[in-house]
Design a protein around this ligand. Structure first.
Ligand code: NIG
Ligand code: FE
Length: 416
């Protein structure tokens, strides 16, 4: 058996349980001082305080530091060709996200770049992103297709994700998002594109068993509420649980739909109206909020506090993508969760661990530090939770432990 004992943990901070937390429970964090964690074959065997048990295997001294669960980034568009730094100038000249998209930039331009990229190129690019995410403390993530917008290229993206699931230490949940945009060649025939998604892409995804979730960009100028419902219901018939990009720019009804179709999560929710919050609560939908996107778009911030008060479990993720959020740092997401959503550090920790895990249906095995869960942890260059929400712009990770394997950040300080 492979054993690892982590000793001398100054503070262990973790939510507890195997399901998303809402309301007052979102801020209930278990805090142990002077703790140790015993890991056997990549699984947490025991957590305690005081004198640690004798261990025949490896021992790691945490040096009095803070330990939390590994961070879960429950919303990323991980696989894409190219970048879109050319859009920065347009943004600075006042062009909005939808104006850039409607002028042929945005998702369509990344689609063009993704279609011409080989599976090999996409894999190597996404692998580097996963490495960087892990260095910032992320140990599990979601990854969407949605830059292929044609059966062949959507499947290419999903195969890339499958390959990385096998080759990379990160746990990755795959989401099919063929309904990310109506591609240029179907602009005059959107009905036919929706048919293609429902009748050709989704059955192919089902047949290959290559995704767990189906997501739709329900937005003005993208997919209407009716089209989104049609696609999510077709996804359900193919065994894919619904997710939905809702109320990111205009409140056209996506959050209400999320509750109606029983989505596992609704994403963005920047302009979520009160009836949307009600529908999320009623439908047991997790709100997956993306504050770095609000920051990057210069948009408002989702009404996170109202959601917590309404009993909606709140998760937070990066939305890493080449357009609205070219950022994969979950520590920045935590800062914004406190500063912009006014959530407490405890609520934020639950949002980026257990609730994120629940949003990708992995809360039974990750998202908290408890016996029986996978040993995915972060040892921080910090002594308490407040510190990682307070400092920003630095990488405060000391070690990442992934399934009991130790990864160490290169020495602190300057260049050598
Ligand atoms: O979540 N809103 C839709 N999808 C992404 C942006 C994708 C892109 O701009 O390339 C988002 O913000
Ligand atoms: Fe997104």
């Amino acid at each position: 058996m492979n054993t690892l004992l982590i000793t001398n943990i100054g503070t262990l901070a973790t939510p507890a349980g195997t399901a998303a937390k809402s309301g007052g429970a979102q801020g209930e964090i278990r805090t142990l001082r002077g703790a140790w964690i015993l890991i056997e074959d990549g699984v947490i065997a025991q957590v305690g305080t005081g004198t640690p048990p004798a261990c025949a295997g490896e021992t790691l001294d945490a040096g009095g530091a803070l330990v939390t669960p590994g961070l879960v980034d429950a919303h990323t568009h991980l696989v894409f060709g190219g970048w879109r730094q050319n859009e920065l100038g347009l943004k600075l000249h006042g062009k909005t996200y939808l104006e850039i998209q409607n002028a042929g930039g945005g998702i369509q331009s990344t689609t063009n770049a993704t279609r011409t990229a080989s599976e090999e190129t996409l894999t190597e690019k996404a692998r580097l992103a996963l490495d960087e995410m892990m260095a910032f403390g992320t140990t599990a993530c979601e990854a969407k297709s949605g830059y292929g917008l044609a059966t062949e290229h959507e499947l290419k993206q999903l195969r890339t994700i499958r390959r990385l699931q096998q080759e990379h230490p990160m746990d990755i949940a795959a989401t099919f998002m063929g309904a990310h945009l109506i591609p240029a060649e179907y602009k005059q025939n959107r009905k036919e594109y929706v048919r293609l998604v429902c009748e050709e892409m989704l059955p192919a995804v089902k047949e290959q068993g290559i995704a767990k979730f189906c997501d739709v960009f329900c937005e003005a100028d993208t997919f209407t509420v009716d089209e989104s419902r049609q696609i999510l219901e077709a996804g359900l018939r193919c065994g894919l649980r619904p997710k939905i990009h809702a109320d990111e720019i205009e409140p056209i009804g996506g959050s209400v739909l999320a509750g109606e179709v029983g989505a596992i999560s609704a994403e963005h929710l920047i302009v979520c109206p009160p009836e949307g919050i009600k529908s999320l609560a009623k439908g047991g939908v997790i709100a997956c909020l993306l504050p770095a996107t609000s920051f990057y778009l210069g948009a408002a911030f989702a009404p996170a506090r109202a959601m917590v008060e309404a009993g909606v479990p709140v998760a937070m993720a990066t939305d890493f993508n080449p357009g609205s959020c070219p950022c994969l740092n979950m520590q920045l997401v935590m800062n914004l969760g406190c500063l912009k959503y006014k959530l407490t550090p405890e609520e934020v920790l639950t949002a980026v661990t257990l609730n994120g895990a629940a949003a990708i249906d992995m809360a039974d095995r990750i998202g908290s530090v408890e016996a029986g869960k996978q040993a995915d942890l972060v040892i921080w260059e910090a002594e308490d939770l407040n510190y990682i929400c307070y400092r920003f712009g630095s990488n405060l990770v000391r070690n990442v432990i992934k399934r009991g394997q130790i990864y160490t950040k290169a020495a602190k300080g300057g260049l050598s």
